[in-house]
Ligand binder design. Sequence first.
Ligand SMILES: *Cc1c(COP(=O)(O)O)cnc(C)c1O
Length: 414
Amino acid sequence: MTSPVWHPFTQHGLGEPIPLVNRAEGAILHTSDGRRIVDAISSWWVTTHGHSHPRIVAAIREQAETLDQIIFAGWTHQPAEDLARGLRALMPAELTRVFFSDSGSTSVEVAIKMALGYWRAHDPARHRILVLEHGYHGDTIGAMSVGARGVFNRAYEPLLFDVGTIPFPVAGREQATLDALEQACAAGAAAFLVEPLALGAGGMHFYSAHVLREMRAICARHGVLFLADEVMTGWGRTGTLLACEHADVVPDILCLSKGLTGGAIPLAVTMASEPIFAAHYGPERERMFFHSSSYTANPIACAAANANLAIWRDEPVREGIATLGQRQQARLDALATHPRVRNARRLGTIAALEIGGVDGYLSTLAPRLLAHFRDRDLLLRPLGNTVYVMPPYSIEEADLDRVYAAIAEACDLD
Ligand SMILES: *Cc1c(COP(=O)(O)O)cnc(C)c1O
């Protein structure tokens, strides 16, 4: 019998093999047919410290035996209290409040709802959301609304709400972005939502810290809330704990998920500045923040996140990130001279390049690239002809070499 499982972002009609993974450690996946696969994309960007990190595993085990789940509306528990305090201490001081949810998409939905809640209290006419071209913020209806429109969401387009799209700050044409943002902010927007420095699913597009700083300043000038989606860029991906650090900016609202538990269990937080919280605070019940899900701040997930914070505190995570960045740069430099490689680029632990001439998610090169890497026991998942490497920080150098050797071979696919 064929499996009843319906996989995400998978065309079952193509009959592509779907490997069964039994076990994982560090950057390595072990399949049921005995293969040893290098996870070069951190299992979709979540696994920061490597799979099954002993400290995170121990925290999960211990918490599961103590308190597995508790309603979070009007109740609390120690792992959530510890995590909220830990995040407050680690993240910018202006972000005083921690709201829990379960995924990157919901953390963004929550950010949008908080921003609208803020304006409901201050100026209900302001409800327009501004976003950056090529952005990605998740696959729920609201998160799709604020993301790039394309083949992924064409069927749902009638349901997506209208947003103002600011052109991506292409190198050399940054002023056009800043002018467009200035104009849209002056017209009275509620909030500007961005992926700081690196647009992930939209194609691994990077832009400068200078532009991020300018965008933040424009929003501040017009009182437009600045919402940073650091779901991918957070937890060291771009070289610093937050990408916002590169530009020395602090958002009004910050979304974190992916690496929050080290990639072991789903959990997200939306952190907000005091004025956002204050707009929902008072004796009137109708002003409370109307959002929850069944598993909000699940204790086991919070325990895993507390272990992640302890790893950041006690282990040489920052050194590992710097080393991985250097190793990727050296290998990227060697590839950059290949005549079919374009835009070889790196930001922290993320390396990316385009192969060949035709871009796009449905590029005909894409399925052959996927098969090429699969045949070499590598988990890489190019975005069209954009190949990127985003491994766990602990990946062994020999495994990284395997990844880059396969990319070098892929450059000769035609
Ligand atoms: C992955 C991602 C999301 C969505 O997170 P999910 O946990 O998949 O819902 C949102 N924003 C960014 C920038 C992401 O990379």
